[in-house]
Structures are given as structure tokens and as C-alpha cells.
Design a protein around this ligand. Structure first.
Ligand code: SF4
Length: 327
């Protein structure tokens, strides 16, 4: 499979009181055509800022300070806001965690989806309405003709997320970024939305960048996974390898803290402590103060992203034989 999206050395900073804070630090990954790539980590790891950087939707105090985001071999970082407006929605779309805050409460469902179509396609009036109703049916909304004239508050959380998905796929984007798309939904609805995303990916031949903190979602959905911690990529591999043979102590901790992995145990395991804020990163490994395997080198030297067994990249001194001497 060829690459649809290639992120290289992406670094995003925000203005802080004492100077710029690096929230995404030299992040590299690719999304191939037709695959689902999972971007995983706890809150505050930089996953969402990475996705907002790809689409240049950062707040005013944030900026991409270095790196590239190649989409179909064109660097989006070099694009103007006017050019990005043509790419967002048409080429790359995004859905967010909370559909209620993403939908406009004073516009009908039909109007909101129709606006996306009118922005990117040269159709109007009845043609737009016909397409909106087709989209509502495609995402599994019953009574699509009636829902067309409804306001968002009349819909359940699951239905709202289906509407958001309809808006996101309205112009057949090649790539969908889904930022925690099921986190705000009931468990039973979560499975339905994941099923819908998977079938739309196949039917519309899309790629998906799926941002999640939930390794259960990763196991269900993703072909490959990139794990982020404190703004950096700490492990990247295929999903099967990650779940069966995690290398980075942080990934091991994430897997051990998922409920199904702790089945039979009285208490869930957890990773002690919290993700450090960008102004509190240590000189060495950013995971060192939470890591059960930390060594003296971890406190003083930043571990590079190392290749392990030819299929996994891992940012951990445990895999650097030359420096540490043992594995
Ligand atoms: Fe733990 Fe050291 Fe590896 Fe960091 S580099 S994850 S502190 S063993």
C-alpha cells in the first residue's frame, strides 16, 4: 500500500508564559491508502494537537515550528489558509469526540450537511437535499427525510455522531481523522459507530487516522498503531504485534490497565503518576518518573527511536545494546 499521508518531524509549539512550549515533538508516521492507523496515548500526550496540526486548525497561540505533513506528496504545512479551506472536508475530514459541541444548535441537520456540500461541489437546491438524504441513509439514520428538517437537540448522542460522520464523508474525502469518536457515547452505541466507520472506510475507500486512548478500540479497528507519550512517538508497529508483544514500558502499562487484560485480577493495574506538562519534561526519558524499568541513563539522556526486530520502532534505552550492554 502506498502512503496517503506522511508526517515527518512534526513539531508544534504553543506560546507559554515563559516562552514556547513544545507539545508535539518531532513526530513521524505514515497513513497508507485504505488503512486505519491508531494514534494512542493518555490525555495530554499530544494526539489531538497532532491531528489539529495536520489540518492547520491550531489555536492562535499555536504553530507548527518545524516538520512536514505530506498529503498525496504535497506538503500541507506550506499551504495558505485559503488553500487549506479547499482541502478540509473535501480531501481530509475530521470528526470529534463530542458531536453536540460540533453541531450548530440553531441550524437544521439538512442545512448543516448541505452547507458542506455546497462549499465543495457545484450543486444547489434539490440536488443538495437529495444528496443529504442519501448521506443520512448511508450512515444509518432512520426516517432520513424527517431528520433532514430536525434540529440537533432532537437527536440522541449516537444519532448526532452519525450526522457528524455524514458531514465528514459528504464530499468523499480520501482521509478521515476521527478524534475519540466514541468516547462520549454509551457502550452499545460505541460498537455501532465503530462498525459504521469500518464499513464506510471499505465502501468509500478511505484511510482513517483514529485517535483514541482505548486499546480495545485499537484492537477492533486498527491495522497499525503509533503510541505517543508527552508529545513524542514512543512505539510504532502493527496492531497484532503491539498487543501481543508490546516493547515500550508505557505501552505495557497501557495494555495492563485495560479491563480485559486484568480479567480475574481483583484490581485493575494502573500507570502510577501523570503525563508531565510540556514545561516539566525531564532531561532524559519523559516516562522515567513513571517507568518500572528506569535505569540511570534514563534520567540523563533522551532515548532515540530504535528499530526492534525489524517491525517495531521503540523509544527506550532497554533496546539499545551498545549503550546499556544487556537486553
Ligand atoms: Fe523506562 Fe528508561 Fe525505557 Fe524510558 S528509556 S521507558 S525510563 S526503561
Amino acid at each position: 500500500m502506498s502512503n496517503l499521508l506522511e508526517v515527518t518531524g512534526l513539531t508544534t509549539q504553543f506560546e507559554g508564559k515563559k516562552g514556547p512550549l513544545t507539545v508535539v515533538d518531532q513526530v513521524d508516521f505514515t497513513v497508507k491508502k485504505g488503512e486505519i492507523l491508531g494514534l494512542v496515548g493518555e490525555s495530554g500526550c499530544g494526539k489531538s494537537v497532532t491531528s489539529l496540526s495536520i489540518l492547520q486548525l491550531l489555536d492562535k497561540n499555536g504553530k507548527i515550528s518545524s516538520g512536514n505533513v505530506f498529503y498525496k506528496n504535497i506538503d500541507l504545512v506550506q499551504k495558505s489558509e485559503k488553500e487549506m479551506k479547499k482541502i478540509r472536508g473535501k480531501e481530509i475530514s475530521m470528526i470529534f469526540q463530542d458531536p453536540m459541541t460540533s453541531l450548530n444548535p440553531v441550524l437544521t441537520i439538512g442545512k448543516q450537511i448541505g452547507e458542506v456540500i455546497e462549499k465543495h461541489e457545484k450543486i444547489k437546491g434539490k440536488e443538495v437535499k437529495k444528496k443529504v438524504i442519501e448521506l443520512l441513509k448511508l450512515v444509518g439514520i432512520p426516517r432520513a427525510e424527517d431528520i433532514y428538517d430536525e434540529y440537533p437537540h432532537r437527536l440522541s448522542g449516537g444519532m448526532k455522531q452519525r450526522v457528524m460522520i455524514a458531514m465528514a464523508i459528504a464530499c468523499h474525502p480520501a482521509m478521515l481523522i476521527a478524534d475519540e469518536p466514541t468516547t462520549a457515547l454509551d457502550v452499545t452505541i460505541q460498537a455501532q459507530i465503530l462498525d459504521l466507520l469500518r464499513s464506510l472506510k471499505d465502501d468509500l475507500d478511505m484511510s482513517i487516522l483514529l485517535i483514541t486512548h482505548d486499546l480495545g478500540v485499537v484492537a477492533e479497528m486498527c491495522d497499525r498503531v503509533v503510541v505517543m507519550y508527552a508529545g513524542q512517538v514512543v512505539e510504532a508497529t502493527d496492531t497484532r504485534t503491539l498487543l501481543r508483544n508490546p516493547r515500550h514500558p508505557y505501552t505495557v502499562g497501557l495494555i495492563q490497565s485495560t479491563p480485559h487484560q486484568s480479567k480475574g485480577e481483583k484490581r485493575l493495574k494502573s500507570i502510577v503518576g501523570q503525563v508531565p506538562a510540556p514545561d516539566q519534561y525531564s532531561k532524559g526519558c519523559r516516562f522515567a518518573n513513571r517507568c518500572p524499568k528506569a535505569m540511570s541513563i534514563c534520567e540523563t539522556a533522551v532515548p532515540p527511536l530504535l528499530e526492534v526486530d525489524g517491525q517495531t520502532s521503540c523509544r527506550c534505552w532497554l533496546y539499545e545494546e551498545k549503550e546499556v550492554g544487556v537486553l
